[in-house]
Structure formats: structure tokens, C-alpha cells
Design a protein around this ligand. Structure first.
Ligand SMILES: Nc1ncnc2c1ncn2[C@@H]1O[C@H](COP(=O)(O)OP(=O)(O)OP(=O)(O)O)[C@@H](O)[C@H]1O
Length: 638
């Protein structure tokens, strides 16, 4: 967008806090319960004052702040100004305290205390003031502290946070890690010995993380300041034409905030052993992009510059792709560099992110400045979905877990039995053959439905943990009282009720069972046989000469069938077992969504396949923690 030249208006402190501050919108939206909604990366632009060297060379300023959010760029050759709008624009007269306030880092700290993962990162050309903004000017000598008035965002945040924690009155544990990415290698700035390259891994729960990174518990403000100084002194820096103390690496200091939340104190003591929900506050000082011709870098400096530029390019590429809503759903190449891996969550994930873009006002730097401004404009259109980690999920009720295991075991047995059935075997013809089919289909359908039900129950109990102790069932005291209204988690025998007629199903059947589970066939039970004496649905047709005794299904599986049937009434469940075809005879049966199956052998094969799938599906949903351990073999979700 091009605008005519506008007279710059100096920004007042009030302007910045009330209108220019980006924190208001973000924090307000999170307070209004917009957690999980698209939230743009906040961008603040800081223009540093002309350096002594630039003034000496007589360079002109090409930038003007217009109000609190707009920067005007005046091309040196004349022509209309170019305007850029950001969350806040801070000119060279702004103090370190002004910058700290305008960036709204305190609000980010509050969010981190509430469990959010927050990131502040500086971005810009070499010598534009990124390190100065985050940590102040370089120390004037060994052990000489930075004067308080020049302390950067990090020291100010530390002081504020520790003060805040003291006043909270809640138990808060603060830990910190500090690393640099130098020449595409991650080095621990807090390592006990000399730093060695550390691998970056990925797993489902943590996303990308650095293996063996030292995380130090923080006792107080002084300890945290010392840790910062130690990291800064170990970070790689060199002198070149544009900066006497140029950072040659990207540095990431992360504060991990664990807080014992009041509601956790109400859960049973066993759950307190789980790690408390924790937030993160990460400060990222990126190395500056540089034109090797302008910095005069040679040899090692040039290699470093190359590596820096390459990783910044990867970052820019990810930002561009994140802007495209369609691409955002698919593949973002975070794996292209260590930097993008470690910033993946801040840029496209669940974090809350603030970018401080730094520029030099000098007209000599204009090409790099324009590039920074475009980069920053792009970044502020990127959105994340801030989300605090959920409280630890209560353990599965043991009964449910046991039933699931029993069911899986029974499924395995069924699978084994299917394997044993030889459809060509003599005797599997006529009434016995059709019984075999009914038997297998009936059982299979029940198992599939039960599995589906259990999967849903498990999923639901993960989201809404089941209370540890269910109310006792009244039938324990009064066995004759019907208990239709009991919770489905009750597993006493009286809960084994037919979902339609409510007859007890403690034994095999109920007179109307054919109407209960559609597509499940079984022999009609004679009406005059007492419930307890009726055969199971998969019993073979009665033959007077046969003395074979059928295995009765376990109580647990009946419970699950009943619960499942109840659920079927309330909501639709698509069983994964094929319906058993009934009419007309001699017509090839059709599998649900599948092809016609001509004979029992093919049907059995199809059933085997489906049980196998069902087992695999159940296992993979049940045991998420048993995912691949070799993290490099696992690709992150794209
Ligand atoms: N707002 C400011 N006020 C006064 N001096 C500043 C300001 N910003 C930066 N400087 C000075 O400018 C020089 C370069 O700043 P700094 O080292 O922070 O740049 P940088 O962007 O981190 O560079 P690099 O990417 O090369 O590390 C330093 O001497 C620093 O003290």
C-alpha cells in the first residue's frame, strides 16, 4: 500500500499503552474464553536510533513513525512513502522500559502462569538491535552488570515474574533451559562441561524437543540473572563491519512454569503424582540476516552467515506457507531447519507468540529493512490456536480397563476359532452349516459392537474422567428391585437388562431379543422356557441327540452388550461387522459397503480380516503411549 508523505507525530507513552499495545487484544480475547481459536502472532516494530558510526558517515533516516502503529518508509530517490502497520511501532526515542510495556510481556507472563506456551522472538538484520532489545547492551567487562535502566525485555520479565510468583501465594516451580543453534547444531548454554551438539527429537506429546537439554531449577531472581549472564557469555559472537558484538547463533531461553492449581488439590491423592499443568515462556534472540558483502565476512564468519541466512530462509518459507489456509492443514516444512523445528509450536501450533521486529533507520540499510518489514507483515497474519495443556486425566476406572482387556482376549480367541474353521469340513452343511454361519456372524457382530462401545467409553472417560467411586448399586442390598436407571458403569448382574423390554439378561436371552440388535440372528427361544434356561443366541439348533454343552459368555461381555444396545438406542453406532444376510436364500450376501461374498470360506476370510482390523484399531487407540520410540522414525502431524 502506498500513501502520500505524512508528517510524523511523536508517540506519547499513553498512546503506546492504551492504543499501541498489542497485548490488550490478545489477553482480552483469551480472557473471554477464546482459547483454541485462531489468534494472530502479535508484531511490534522497534526502530533503533542512528548509531554513532551511521551518524559519522552522514547517513540519512528513511523511516518515520506515524502514530503508534504505522511506520512510513521514504525511499531515498523520492516517490510516495510506503506505510506498514503493526501492533505497535516504537521509534528510536523509546526507552527499554517503554518497549517492555508496549510489548505486553507481562500479559504473556500471566498467560504462561495459566499454562499457556508463550514465545517472544526478535527478528531483523544484523546490528538492528535484537539482542539490545531482549537483554540490553553487551556488558562493559567481565562481571559488570548491565545498568538497570538499559536492562532488556528478558531481565524485566524475570523481575516481574518472580515478584508476581511471590504475590500469588500458590506453589510455583520455575525451571529454565538455555540453548543456541550454531551452524545448525544445538548447543546447551547451561551444560556442565563444554557444550556438545544435542539432537532434536519429536514425539506426539512434546512435539519437537532437544534431547538431554539441561533444565535448571530456579531458586530466585539472582540465580535467574546469573543463568542469563552465563548463557550470554557462552553464546557465540564475533565482530564484523556492521556490529562489533554480532551474535552468530540463534539463542532460546525457556522458562518452565509449573503451578499447583487449586482444583488439582481436590482430586484423589494418586492423581497428584502426575505432573502439574505447566506453562512456558520462551525468549528467542535470532541471529541477524546479513549480506556478506556488507558485513565483510570471510572464512568462519562467512560460514556462520550462510547457516544463519539459510535457517532464516526456512523460517520465512514456513511463515509464507502458514499464511495459506489450505497449506496450513497439510505440510509445513518445519523439519527444514533446527530453528523451525523448535519454533514450530510458536508459529503454527498452540502457543501465544510475540515478534519484535528490529530495524535500523539508516537509508543505507533500506533493502534489508524493507525485507524485515515484509517478513514482519507476513508474520502478523499467521495465526496460532492458543491452548493451555489440559489437567492430567484421571486414570481409567480399573473395571473398564479390565473389561477391555477381557474383551480383547475374547476377540483373539474368536479370531483363533475362525482360523480353525474349515468350511469344507464334513458336517458343516445343512442346519449345522447355517448354524455355524449364524453363530459366527452373531458373535462377531456383538464383538464389533462391543468394541465400538468400549472405544467410545474409553474416549469419553478420557475427556470426562469417570468418578473414581460409582454409587453402590441398590440391588446389592435389594436383589429383587429392578434398577433400570442405574449408571451404565455399574457392573452388577442386575444391570444386564434387555434394553427394550428391560428383562434381566443375567442368562442368555430374552423373548424379544431378535428385535434388539438389528441384523443379529438367533434361534427363536421357546416362550415357555424360563429365562435362565434359554440357550445363548449363538446356540446351535436343538437336536435331541446332542449332549454338547455350549460355553456361556462371561458376565462382563453381557454387561458390555447391554450397555452397547442401550447406546444404540440413543445414538447411531455403525458396527464394523457385516450384517448376516437372511433372504432370499441362495443369493450371495453383500458385505456392508463391500462386494458380494459367494460362500462361507470367503465370508470367513472377510470376517477374519475385519476382526484383525478391529483388534488393531482397538489396540492403537488403547495404547497411545506405546507409539514408536525411535522419534526420528515418526513424522509429526502435518
Ligand atoms: N535502541 C537502542 N539504543 C541504543 N543502542 C542500541 C539500540 N539498539 C541497538 N543498539 C546498539 O546497536 C548495536 C547493535 O545492536 P545488537 O547487537 O543488539 O544488534 P543485533 O540485531 O542483535 O545484531 P546481530 O544480529 O549481529 O547480533 C549495539 O552496540 C547496541 O548496543
Amino acid at each position: 500500500m502506498r500513501l502520500g508523505r505524512v508528517e510524523p507525530r511523536p508517540c506519547s507513552k499513553q498512546d503506546m499503552e492504551e492504543r499501541g499495545s498489542p497485548d490488550g487484544d490478545l489477553a482480552r480475547s483469551l480472557e473471554q474464553g477464546l482459547e483454541g481459536q485462531e489468534t494472530p502472532i502479535q508484531v511490534v516494530l522497534r526502530v533503533r536510533p542512528m548509531s554513532a558510526a551511521e551518524l559519522r558517515r552522514g547517513e540519512q533516516s528513511a523511516l518515520h513513525c506515524s502514530g503508534t502503529r504505522t511506520l512510513q518508509v521514504s525511499p531515498p530517490g523520492g516517490g510516495p512513502d510506503i506505510a506498514f502497520r503493526f501492533g505497535a511501532v516504537l521509534d528510536g526515542a523509546r526507552t527499554q522500559e517503554d518497549v517492555f510495556r508496549a510489548c505486553g510481556v507481562r500479559r504473556l507472563g500471566e498467560l504462561a502462569l495459566r499454562g499457556f506456551s508463550c514465545t517472544v522472538f526478535t527478528f531483523g538484520q544484523t546490528g538492528s538491535g535484537k539482542t539490545y532489545t531482549l537483554t540490553g547492551p553487551p556488558p562493559q567487562g567481565e562481571g559488570v552488570p548491565v545498568p538497570p535502566s538499559l536492562a532488556g525485555i528478558m531481565q524485566r520479565t524475570f523481575a516481574w515474574l518472580l515478584d508476581r510468583v511471590q504475590h500469588l501465594g500458590a506453589a510455583v516451580t520455575l525451571r529454565a533451559s538455555y540453548l543456541e543453534i550454531y551452524n545448525e547444531q544445538v548447543r546447551d548454554l547451561l551444560s556442565v562441561g563444554s557444550p556438545r551438539p544435542l539432537p532434536v527429537r519429536w514425539n506426539k506429546t512434546r512435539g519437537f524437543y532437544v534431547e538431554q537439554l539441561r533444565v535448571v531449577e530456579i531458586g530466585g531472581l539472582e540465580a535467574l540473572m546469573q543463568l542469563l549472564q552465563m548463557g550470554l557469555s557462552r553464546r557465540r559472537s564475533s565482530a564484523h563491519t556492521l556490529n562489533q558484538a554480532s551474535s552468530r547463533s540463534h539463542a532460546l531461553l525457556t522458562l518452565y512454569i509449573s503451578r499447583t492449581r487449586p482444583q488439582l488439590q481436590q482430586v484423589p491423592p494418586a492423581d497428584l503424582a502426575a505432573p502439574p499443568a505447566g506453562g512456558k515462556l520462551c525468549f528467542v534472540d535470532l541471529a541477524g540476516s546479513e549480506k556478506v558483502a556488507a558485513t565483510g565476512s570471510r572464512g568462519e564468519l562467512m560460514l556462520e552467515a550462510n547457516s544463519i541466512n539459510r535457517s532464516l530462509l526456512a523460517l520465512g518459507h514456513c511463515l509464507s506457507l502458514l499464511l495459506d489456509p489450505q497449506r496450513k492443514q497439510s505440510h509445513i516444512p518445519f523439519r527444514d531447519s533446527k530453528l523451525t523445528k523448535l519454533l514450530a509450536d510458536s508459529l503454527g501450533g498452540r502457543g501465544v507468540t510475540l515478534m519484535v521486529a528490529c530495524v535500523s533507520p539508516s537509508a543505507q540499510c533500506l533493502p534489508e529493512t524493507l525485507s524485515t518489514l515484509r517478513y514482519a507483515s507476513r508474520a502478523q497474519r499467521v495465526t496460532t490456536r492458543p491452548q493451555a495443556p489440559k489437567s492430567p486425566v484421571a486414570k481409567q476406572p480399573p473395571g473398564l480397563e479390565t473389561e477391555m482387556l477381557q474383551l480383547q482376549e475374547e476377540n483373539r480367541r474368536l479370531w483363533f476359532q475362525l482360523d480353525q474353521v474349515d468350511p469344507k469340513a464334513p458336517g458343516l452343511h445343512g442346519a449345522r452349516g447355517s448354524w455355524a454361519q449364524r453363530n459366527l456372524y452373531g458373535m462377531l457382530q456383538e464383538f464389533m459392537l462391543e468394541n465400538e462401545r468400549l472405544r467410545r467409553l474409553l474416549a469419553a472417560s478420557r475427556v470426562h474422567p469417570v468418578p473414581a467411586a460409582s454409587p453402590p448399586c441398590p440391588c446389592v442390598m435389594l436383589p429383587a428391585v429392578p434398577c433400570h436407571a442405574l449408571q451404565s458403569f455399574c457392573s452388577c448382574p442386575c444391570c444386564h437388562l434387555c434394553p427394550l423390554c428391560r428383562a434381566p439378561l443375567a442368562h442368555w436371552a430374552c423373548p424379544q431379543r431378535e428385535g434388539h440388535l438389528p441384523q443379529m440372528l438367533g434361534p427363536k427361544a421357546p416362550g415357555d422356557i424360563p429365562l435362565s434356561a434359554r440357550p445363548p443366541p449363538w446356540a446351535p439348533p436343538y437336536s435331541p441327540g446332542s449332549a454338547k454343552c455350549l460355553r456361556e459368555r462371561s458376565r462382563g461381555s453381557w454387561t458390555q452388550t447391554t450397555m452397547l444396545a442401550e447406546m444404540l438406542i440413543g445414538e447411531e453406532v455403525v458396527p464394523s461387522a457385516p450384517p448376516l444376510p437372511v433372504e432370499p436364500p441362495n443369493t450371495p450376501p453383500v458385505l456392508r459397503g463391500g462386494t458380494g461374498v459367494a460362500n462361507l470360506a470367503q465370508r470367513l476370510e472377510a470376517l477374519r480380516h475385519q476382526i484383525g482390523n478391529s483388534l488393531r484399531r482397538g489396540q492403537s487407540r488403547l495404547l497411545p503411549s506405546e507409539g514408536p520410540q525411535s522419534l526420528d522414525q515418526v513424522l509429526p502431524p502435518r
